[in-house]
Design a protein around this ligand. Structure first.
Ligand code: ADP
Length: 412
C-alpha cells in the first residue's frame, strides 16, 4: 500500500502507533461505530462519520462525495469544510479528478503533495477558499457497486498518511456507504408504497363504475353520471402518474434543464389564461405586478411551478378571493436572481405544518377535503427551483392567506 505514496514528498513519516496507542485508537473506532449504529437520520449519520474521520486520521477536513450516475459527476453529500448551500453547487468531474480516479479504479489513493499532482481538480478549492495540501481518499462501496468517495485532507502537523489511516477511513467509508444505501432503499420503498396507495382509489372507483354500467336496468341519466365520474377518475389517474413520473425523474436527477432567456410577464399571462376558468368559477381575481424582467431558466419547468402554485392558490382560496403574482429582483449566493411570488387570500397554513409543505405526499389535514390533490405538486416545484440554483419558501397566516415565493436566475 505504501507504493501509493508520493516518494518525492518532504513530510515526516508518522511513527507507527505503539501497541497501547493502537488499542486506544481501535477502541475509539468501536465507540464511534456504536454511536453511528444508533443514529437513524442519514444526514446526521454522515456528519458524524465525517467528523469521526477528522478526529481519527487527524486531518483538517474530511468529505463524502457521491456519484451522480445521470451526469457522471461527483457531488458533495457532506463535507466538514463546505457550507451546505455551497455543496449543492459544486460538481467534481469523474474524468481528470483524483476522486474520479478512486471511483473508477475502486482503490484508495494517497497524495502527499497536491501541488505536484496534475489530476488534482482545483475547482473545489477555488470555490470554497480552502487550500488542500495532501489527501487520502477511499472508495465507498455498497455490496453492489462503488457509490462515491470519502476523503480526508491536510494531515495535521505536516505528517504523512499511514496504512492505519487507510484502514480507518475504509471502515468509516463502509459505514457511510451502508447508511446511504439504506436511506435510498427506505425512500424508494416509501415512495412506491404511497404511490400504489394513491393509485388504488381512482382504480377502485373505475372498477365500481364499470360494474354499475353493466346493469341492464340502469337509467340513461345515471349512465351519463357514471361516465362523467369515470372521466374524472381517469383524468386523476393521468395526473397522478404524471406527478409520480415527475418526482421520480427529478429525484434521480435525470431531468435536463433547457435554459434560455424569456420574458416573465408573457409567461405569467400565459399561466393566468390556463387557470382563468377555474378562477372564474370561484370568482377569484388575479392581479399581475411585474416590471419587465427576464429570467434565464427552463421556461417549461418554470411554467409548471407557476401553474402548480396558481392552481393551489385557487383550490385553497375562498370564493371572491384574490391572487397576486409579484415579481422582483433577488440575490442567491451573490448572483442576480428574480423572485416570483403567488399570494392568495385563502385558508392559510397552520404554523406547525409550514415546515412540511415541500415534503412528498404532505397535505394539510384541515384542507384535505377542500380539494383533491396528491401532495406532490410542491415537491415538484421545490426540485425545479433548486435545479435552477434557486429556492422556494412560503409565508402564511391562518385564515388570512399564503404567499409562495421562488427564485430563478435573472437574464442579463
Ligand atoms: P396537492 O395540492 O396536490 O395536494 P401540493 O404539494 O401542491 O399538493 O400541496 C400540498 C398541500 O399543501 C395541499 O394539499 C394543501 O394542504 C397545502 N397547500 C398548498 N398550497 C396551499 C395554499 N395556497 N393555501 C393553503 N394550503 C395550501
Amino acid at each position: 500500500m505504501v507504493d501509493a505514496f508520493d516518494a518525492t514528498s518532504t513530510q515526516e513519516t508518522e511513527a507507527p502507533m505503539t501497541p497501547g496507542e493502537l488499542v486506544i485508537h481501535y477502541r475509539r473506532i468501536i465507540e464511534i461505530s456504536h454511536q453511528l449504529s444508533s443514529t437513524y437520520d442519514h444526514m446526521s449519520l454522515l456528519k458524524k462519520i465525517v467528523s469521526a474521520a477528522r478526529e481519527l486520521i487527524h486531518t483538517e477536513a474530511a468529505s463524502i462525495l457521491l456519484l451522480d450516475e445521470a451526469t457522471g459527476q461527483l457531488r458533495f453529500a457532506m463535507a466538514s469544510n463546505i457550507k451546505p448551500h455551497e455543496m449543492e453547487e459544486i460538481a467534481v468531474p469523474l474524468e481528470g479528478s483524483i476522486a474520479g480516479w478512486i471511483v473508477s479504479h475502486g482503490e484508495p489513493r494517497v497524495i502527499e503533495d497536491l501541488s505536484k499532482e496534475r489530476s488534482h481538480y482545483q475547482g473545489v478549492d477555488n470555490r470554497i477558499g480552502f487550500h488542500s495540501r495532501n489527501l487520502l481518499g477511499v472508495p465507498m462501496r455498497t455490496h453492489k457497486k462503488i457509490i462515491g468517495v470519502m476523503q480526508a485532507m491536510n494531515k495535521e502537523n505536516n505528517k504523512r498518511f499511514t496504512d492505519d489511516d487507510i484502514i480507518t477511513l475504509r471502515t468509516l467509508a463502509g459505514q457511510a456507504a451502508t447508511a446511504i444505501e439504506n436511506a435510498r432503499l427506505f425512500q424508494q420503498s416509501d415512495f412506491i408504497a404511497e404511490m400504489v396507495h394513491e393509485l388504488r382509489t381512482p382504480l377502485a372507483a373505475l372498477k365500481a363504475s364499470t360494474t354499475l354500467l353493466q346493469r341492464p336496468d340502469l337509467p340513461d341519466t345515471k349512465r351519463s353520471d357514471i361516465i362523467t365520474t369515470m372521466r374524472g377518475e381517469t383524468e386523476r389517474l393521468i395526473s397522478l402518474t404524471d406527478d409520480f413520473l415527475n418526482v421520480a425523474r427529478l429525484e434521480s436527477g435525470r431531468i435536463q434543464l433547457t435554459v434560455a432567456p424569456f420574458e416573465i410577464n408573457k409567461l405569467l399571462t400565459e399561466c393566468v389564461d390556463v387557470v382563468l376558468q377555474q378562477a372564474n368559477e370561484k370568482n377569484i381575481s388575479i392581479v399581475i405586478e411585474e416590471n419587465g424582467y427576464s429570467a434565464e431558466a427552463d421556461r417549461g419547468k418554470v411554467k409548471q411551478v407557476l401553474l402548480n402554485l396558481l392552481t393551489n392558490a385557487i383550490k385553497y382560496n375562498r370564493p371572491d378571493g384574490k391572487i397576486t403574482l409579484h415579481v422582483e429582483p433577488a440575490q442567491e449566493h451573490e448572483h442576480p436572481f428574480v423572485q416570483i411570488s403567488v399570494a392568495d387570500t385563502g385558508y392559510g397554513i397552520p404554523r406547525e405544518h409550514q415546515k412540511n409543505m415541500f415534503q412528498k405526499f404532505f397535505r394539510v389535514p384541515t384542507t384535505e377535503n377542500v380539494a383533491r390533490g396528491t401532495g406532490l405538486g410542491l415537491t415538484i416545484c421545490k426540485h425545479i427551483a433548486e435545479a435552477h440554483g434557486g429556492r422556494i419558501w412560503l409565508e402564511s397566516e391562518q385564515d388570512v392567506g399564503s404567499t409562495f415565493f421562488f427564485t430563478v436566475p435573472l437574464a442579463d
